[in-house]
Design a protein around this ligand. Structure first.
Ligand code: GLA
Length: 734
């Protein structure tokens, strides 16, 4: 007892003792987040909003009289309140009381961004907690994360470990979030925050953007708008299970929390160990969701997307074209065709290894199927070089099948609970490997390492993951660590990806998981892009990509031209419309070119050439969403503007061909330089006569005040008329 007391006493000596409260601002160019520290109390988060200039005492003088909100509420006193952190001490005490344990520290990181750290400690127990805030001035983003350290001699058990919390007040607050499962990704849900608790969570274990997304926008001024109103945006940078929640009381007080999902995930923190939460990225905009999105996009491209500041190669992926029917002549033909159309990369999808003629076998047996590819990967990379395109390959390394050689050899490598039958997924045989097992991590790393070392020409990996965790249980983790499986699985995955990235920094990686199941910033740290959806129907893609764009820039969104009837919806959409939709993202192709007419292939060749001329604007420019597919206005419109505002690409899509439906044919543009003049050129034009605006010059102000009238039907000869219309306009500063 005495010893314990002494230890705690020594620890307490570190606790800061300043008399008057101190303000700690975390500032970006346009926003401030302000903490208030008091030696005797938990730190408060007293402000998050437009940049506060001048004396910070303004904050206190204008503060609500009914109490401040803790910056990082902990479980203990007033247990009915929501908390970000809870733990059980070695003596069974489940409460925490955190107070400052030293002066806040400020440090400039290697990118020149400022990190403010607030050291805290429990009043009695040897537990240290550091709240961290990194400010990105230009992007108006603040990342927050928390480190929890056990400074005692016995383990403590963490039972809740949010990355951060943000209190806000509004009597008309709304929440916007994304939902959707396979073939229906990126759906937008907008709802008022009413008293009670709104929870957004994912417990899939693998595919963490099916069905929910780890990003939200919270509007403080009623139903959110694109160009006005105060918005707090939040994105959890984590590819594992998560929980985001907003607790709302009956007086317009809200508290937002986000972090790793704590359910069934108690974590034993050993003496000396630090638990670091994932980053939670926050943005504040007083000009609506559009600006909040652009903030996320700029920050993402610069700091959290592999090769996020570079344009991508235009690829053909073999999946929808030939599915499992891989063989050398077919692959060579596809390489030739994409090269002829001006593409730059060919990606061989599923079906090249083991005996994988359908989805019921061979995952884990990553040997080339010599029946299909007698000259191995070398034969393919040589062929690609001859055709003048780069080569990419599909793998699904976290998975195996129950009939695989790998499973026979290592049955203990899959996720499985004792005394339970295995649960099999896709193809009736798919199993998930246990990534908490270091041997499995090495197996996956070695698979990729060997493949890339033996075939240095491989420029791209499509990294797929087509199953959730289907049975909870690790055959590796000890009994008293089973509850850490979800956390350790994800750590295993990121550590493998990190090792791969370190050795192969130039290889592009696409994250795919049953389509768009891995659209999140936690994985984009290691990956270049994600596959938005297996649903490649152009009309549906407009919605999926719109929703996804709330948080992710176009450079991350694989957006491919596919065949008609579409393989998911069976809809027949004209090629021009399909190409124009693909041009709003990271354009590629997902089709067997040999099944296309020569005319269609030629059209695609011209589209690819055109796209090359604007892809820097689309992928690296600023997005302005103009008319939402979710508002049912008969049309969808958006535009990208280059950072220097010298070039813009404007899109308009007719989504309803019913004469009784309202149709927006003109909408003010955004983001242009009002004083500049822009010349208009229609791209991918198919009409017999040009638009009235063709080749004409307009001021940025005129375009932003009035927009341009769009002809809503294509002027085509009788017999060639189509029931779809889309326009892509290039605006070039004169
Ligand atoms: C998943 C992906 C597809 C394709 C197949 C291959 O469904 O989403 O794009 O790669 O796997 O089996």
């Amino acid at each position: 007892m005495k010893r314990k007391f002494l230890l705690a006493g020594a620890f307490l000596a570190n606790i800061a003792a300043w008399a008057t409260p101190e303000y700690v601002p975390v500032s970006t160019f346009n926003t401030s987040l302000i903490l208030q520290l008091d030696s005797a109390a938990a730190p408060a988060l007293v402000y998050y909003g437009p940049a506060v200039k001048g004396d910070l005492a303004q904050i206190a003088a204008s503060a609500p009289e009914d109490g401040k909100s803790d910056a990082y509420p902990v479980f203990g006193n007033y247990p009915e309140r929501e908390s970000a952190l809870s733990m059980t001490m070695p003596d069974g005490n489940m409460t925490l009381e955190l107070v400052p344990a030293g002066e806040p520290e400020t440090e400039v990181d290697h990118n020149g961004n400022t990190v403010v750290s607030i050291p805290l400690a429990d009043r009695h127990y040897p537990v240290a907690v550091t709240l961290n805030y990194r400010a990105f001035p230009k992007e108006d983003i603040i990342e927050t994360w928390t480190e929890i350290t056990n400074k005692g001699k016995k383990p403590v058990t963490l039972t809740r470990f949010d990355s951060g919390a943000i209190p806000f007040r509004s009597t008309d607050a709304w929440l916007t979030s994304l939902y959707g499962t396979w073939a229906n990704e990126g759906r937008v849900n907008t709802e008022p925050l009413t008293p009670g608790m709104k929870i957004i969570q994912n417990k899939d274990g693998v595919r963490n953007s099916h069905t929910s997304h780890a990003e939200v926008m919270m509007s403080l001024d009623g139903k959110p708008r694109e160009t006005s109103g105060r918005i707090i945006g939040a994105a959890l940078v984590y590819g594992g299970n998560y929980r985001l929640r907003v607790s709302t009381d009956d007086h317009g007080r809200h508290q937002f929390f986000a972090g790793i999902h704590p359910e069934e995930s108690a974590y034993r923190l050993m003496p000396g160990e630090t638990f670091t939460t994932p980053l939670l990225a926050l943005t504040f905009s007083d000009r609506g969701m559009g600006e909040a999105s652009r903030n996320f996009h700029r920050w993402g491209r610069q700091y959290h997307i592999a090769h996020g500041t570079e344009v991508n190669p235009i690829l053909l992926n073999s999946w929808e074209g030939v599915y499992f029917n891989i063989d050398e002549p077919t692959m060579a033909g596809m390489m030739q065709d994409i090269a002829d159309m001006g593409g730059e990369l060919f990606v061989m999808d599923d079906g090249w290894f083991g005996r994988r003629d359908d989805d019921s076998s061979s995952l884990g047996d990553w040997e080339v199927d010599a029946r299909k590819l007698p000259h191995g990967l070398k034969g393919l990379t040589d062929e690609a070089a001859r055709k003048g395109v780069r080569f990419g390959i599909w793998i699904e390394p976290e998975m195996t099948n129950s009939n695989s050689e790998l499973y026979k050899k290592h049955p203990d490598w899959v996720l499985k609970a004792p005394h339970r039958d295995i649960v099999e997924g896709r193809g009736g045989t798919q199993l998930v490997l246990d990534l908490s097992n270091p041997q499995v991590q090495d197996f996956i790393y070695n698979l990729v390492d060997t493949m890339l070392t033996n075939n240095p020409e491989i420029a791209y990996i499509k990294w797929d993951a087509n199953a959730p965790v289907m049975q909870y249980g690790s055959q590796t983790l000890p009994a008293d660590r089973q509850s850490e499986l979800s956390i350790r699985f994800h750590r295993g995955l990121t550590s493998v990806l990190q090792r791969i990235r370190e050795k192969y920094p130039d290889v592009a990686i696409q994250a795919c998981a049953s389509g768009g199941g891995r659209a999140n910033y936690g994985l984009l740290d290691y990956t270049d892009e994600f596959w938005v959806s297996d649903n490649t129907d152009a009309l549906q893609r407009l919605g999926a990509q719109w929703g996804t764009s709330l948080f992710f820039p176009a450079v991350t969104m694989g957006s491919h031209i596919s065949a008609v009837p579409n393989h998911t919806t069976y809809r027949v959409v004209p090629l021009k419309f399909r190409c124009d939709v693909a041009m709003t993202g990271r354009l590629g192709m997902e089709i067997q070119p040999r099944d296309m007419s020569a005319e269609d292939r030629d059209f695609c060749r011209r589209v690819i050439e055109t796209y090359k001329g604007v892809r820097d604007v689309v992928q690296l420019g600023d997005l302005y969403r103009l008319v939402s597919p979710f508002d049912n206005r008969g049309a969808v419109s958006l535009m990208y503007v280059s950072p220097t505002k010298d070039k813009a690409v404007y899109y308009w899509f007719r989504t309803n061909n019913d004469y009784s439906a309202p149709l927006v044919t003109r909408t003010p543009m955004e983001g242009l330089d009002p004083d500049a003049s822009y010349k208009v050129t229609e791209l991918n034009a198919i009409d017999q006569r040009p638009l009235a605006s063709e080749g004409k010059v307009f001021t940025g102000k005129f375009l932003m005040d009035n927009g341009l009238e769009i002809r809503p039907n294509h002027d085509l000869p009788w017999g060639k008329k189509v029931d779809y219309c889309s326009r892509v306009l290039l605006l070039e500063k004169q």
